[in-house]
Design a protein around this ligand. Structure first.
Ligand code: NAD
Length: 395
């Protein structure tokens, strides 16, 4: 079939198998071009199909030659209906990994559930024995608690007061005022239940109690801080509470890993266009200004460049530098004082008229469509493409 993008708000309903494949191949080539990383050899990636998780899987496999198991929640294709992009990404990843002689298998289902945890543990037992790294990179709006069956929904709201600021509709380029009512009722608890650290700890506890973690085992989850511009709706909002919880959980997990000389880390990553971040009001405007400044400075990175630097210069650099809260910082270039000062200036000037010039709206749009395999260089979108792609190592 011929597949074209069909967008609704901040999501795209279609995705292109060839474009997704090309994205994955480009990321693999980037990792290969940066040379070998002396990292983990048996890696479980939870949230492995898009964004930072996919980049982590690619970096582990093609940087360190790791065997990888990927867990994700993606929609398979049906005749005439393309799959979700993470499906095609995972198919392309596994095809390339197998070609390179690397072990790669995947599990598609709800990582929050006991069933998917058990299936993953059984696979590790059968195929890998023990693992030396878990990358936890889930981004989800909902979580059904495996013990109680309660379904929690996360919200992106400020806490205490209404938030009012500029935002952009990146499809039209229209800059407008957005106003978000503060969290109420159980909003904070619900968001912490979905995006906090409880599920991360459950995974590690389960793996540990089955003896599936090797000596010196490491686990890492991803967080975000960002500037004062987005603080009210991000770091000091409901999602920020969840990130506080995730970051605190790293310490609890590290304690439990002491007998194995293991460690849990949180890495604070840069703001990037992913399916998760396009859903957050205000962030697209911030990102389009940030991209402009960072590209001008020659310090712009995507997910793959971020994770390559995280592995090479932080995690496997001998000693791992952390901030005063024990977090790895790979958002260092985003948070540079000169970068932030420039973004803050541009923010004041941003209107529908000025944004095309002062912001990188085009870059934002390209990155957004790239997530779904569209606007990818080297792909012939007029050619017929088979939507019924299989993931070779899907369990
Ligand atoms: N995008 C950013 O700007 C940014 C910046 C810093 C940190 N982070 C953090 O990085 C992490 C990953 O985010 P991302 O932006 O790469 O998101 P993403 O949307 O690209 O990826 C989310 C992944 O989680 C999987 N997933 C979602 N629900 C699932 C479920 N129930 N069961 C199994 N898999 C499920 C998806 O299949 C996908 O693989 C998040 O913790 C996010 O907060 C993101």
């Amino acid at each position: 079939m011929i597949i074209e993008p069909r967008t609704r708000g901040f999501i795209c309903l279609t995705s292109h198998p060839k474009g997704c494949e090309q994205n994955v191949i480009d990321q693999i080539e980037y990792i290969k071009s940066k040379g070998a990383i002396d990292g983990a050899k048996k890696v479980l990636v939870i949230g492995a199909s898009t964004g930072f998780g996919l980049a982590s899987r690619i970096t582990s496999a093609f940087g360190s030659g790791a065997a990888t198991i990927g867990v994700f929640f993606e929609k398979p294709p049906s005749e005439g209906r393309p799959a979700s992009p993470g499906w095609y990404n995972s198919a392309a990843f596994e095809k390339e990994a197998h070609k390179a002689g690397l072990y790669a298998k995947s599990i598609n289902g709800d990582a929050f559930s006991n069933e998917i945890k058990k299936q993953t543990l059984d696979l590790i037992k059968a195929d890998l024995g023990q693992i030396d790294m878990v990358i936890y990179s889930l981004a989800s709006p909902v979580r059904t608690h495996p013990d109680t069956g309660v379904k929690y929904k996360s919200v992106l709201k400020p806490i205490g007061a209404k938030f009012q600021n500029k935002t952009v509709d990146f499809h039209t380029g229209a800059v407008s005022e957005v106003s978000i009512e503060p969290a109420q009722g159980d909003d904070i608890e619900n968001t912490v239940a979905v995006m906090g650290g409880e599920d991360w700890k459950m995974w590690i506890d389960d793996l540990k109690s089955e003896g599936l973690l090797s000596e010196g085992f490491t686990t890492i989850a991803y967080s975000y801080i960002g500037p004062s511009l987005t603080e009210a709706v991000y770091r000091k909002g409901t999602i920020g509470r969840a990130k506080d919880h995730l970051e605190a959980t790293a310490f609890t997990i590290s304690d439990s890993l002491k007998p194995l000389n293991g460690k849990a880390y949180v890495s604070v990553n840069k703001a990037l266009v992913t399916q998760a971040s396009s859903a957050i009001p205000v962030i697209p405007l911030y990102i389009s200004l940030l991209y402009k400044v960072m590209k001008e400075e020659g310090i712009h990175e995507g997910c793959i460049e971020q994770i390559q630097r995280l592995f090479q210069d932080r995690l496997y650099a001998g000693t791992t530098p952390t901030d005063d809260k024990g977090r790895i910082r790979i958002d260092d270039w985003e948070m540079r004082a000169d970068v932030q000062a420039r973004v803050a200036e541009l923010w004041k000037e941003a209107t529908t008229e000025t944004l095309p010039k002062i912001g990188d709206l085009k870059g934002y749009e390209k990155d957004f469509f790239n997530l779904f395999g569209f606007m990818v260089d080297g792909v012939d979108y007029d050619a017929d493409v088979n939507e019924m792609v299989e993931i070779p190592g899907l369990q």
